[in-house]
Design a protein around this ligand. Structure first.
Ligand code: RET
Length: 263
């Protein structure tokens, strides 16, 4: 199926290795930060912050596994293999399967919508997210299921993806009117970050979509793309959620505002 003998050059190896290492550092220390700083927001916003920490924590674990899998597959130093087939892209998909629903909960939680609206949103978004990821996996892992080409899996996965973006955008925009100008600005940033980062995943998928085996350049582009997108979608996003939670905390409680902010 794959061309197993294709090698990564030293610099290609280093690029991917450095990116995965950056992934570990970002995920791990964002997790520490969010856990340690959770008391700097009011209790009602703490859940959103802790969900962010869970997302980056789960991702830190998977980045360790990916780093390990990558070294095992491509390190020639230990005299061993250079074998694309044993680099396990499944870690990314398991990671997304767990973290994307959590990210969606995070967004919905920080908006402090009504309970009813929250659950109706999640009931639509979470199954769509699961479907998007499950349909993408056979394409990325180049599984041979009924001879369906990777591009077709990608296309199928794009349907729930567009649905998620549509629902989120409509709801995020609707919720804007109820927020203060400061929070509105942050939610607009959140929306922009969401579109800019979530859009990178399908692009990175396309980089390595060919079905005729392993191509080093394409592999590197995909891994770099996914890692950058992950850092922005999980760490930066989590920190933005934290700052929205702080802003809302200060608006809700003058005492909190006085101890946490100078102005
Ligand atoms: C796939 C397959 C190709 C088509 C599309 C995809 C979308 C993936 C996305 C993943 C988002 C992951 C996030 C993780 C953060 O924790 C599966 C690559 C549309 C949007 C946000």
């Amino acid at each position: 199926m794959n061309n197993l003998s294709d090698l990564l050059t030293d610099s290609q190896f280093n690029i991917v290795s450095n990116m995965l290492s950056l992934g570990i550092a970002s995920m791990l220390f964002t997790t520490f930060f969010l856990v340690l700083a959770r008391d700097r927001v009011l209790p009602r916003y703490r859940l959103a912050v802790l969900i962010s920490a869970t997302v980056t924590g789960i991702a830190a674990y998977h980045y360790f596994r990916m780093f390990d899998s990558f070294n095992h597959a491509f390190s020639t130093l230990d005299g061993a293999v250079n074998n694309a087939a044993i680099y396990n892209v499944g870690y990314r998909y398991v990671d997304w399967l767990l973290t994307v629903p959590l990210l969606l909960m995070e967004i919905v939680a920080v908006l402090a919508l009504t309970r009813q609206l929250q659950s109706s949103l999640l009931k639509r978004l979470v199954p769509a997210a699961a479907l998007m990821i499950i349909l993408g996996y056979p394409g990325d892992a180049k599984l041979d299921i009924w001879g369906i080409a990777p591009s077709v899996w990608g296309l199928l996965s794009t349907i729930p993806f567009l649905y998620i973006l549509y629902v989120l955008f409509i709801e995020l925009s609707k919720s804007l009117v109820r927020q203060s100008p400061g929070v509105q600005k942050k939610i607009k940033q959140l929306r922009l970050l969401l579109i800019a980062t979530w859009g990178v995943y399908p692009i990175a998928f396309i980089f390595a979509m060919n079905s005729d085996g392993f191509v080093a350049d394409q592999f590197v582009a995909r891994e770099v793309g996914y890692t950058i997108a992950d850092i922005l979608a999980k760490c930066l996003f989590g920190l933005l959620i934290f700052s929205i939670a702080r802003m809302k905390s200060a608006e809700d409680d003058a005492e909190f505002a006085k101890t946490e902010f100078r102005d």
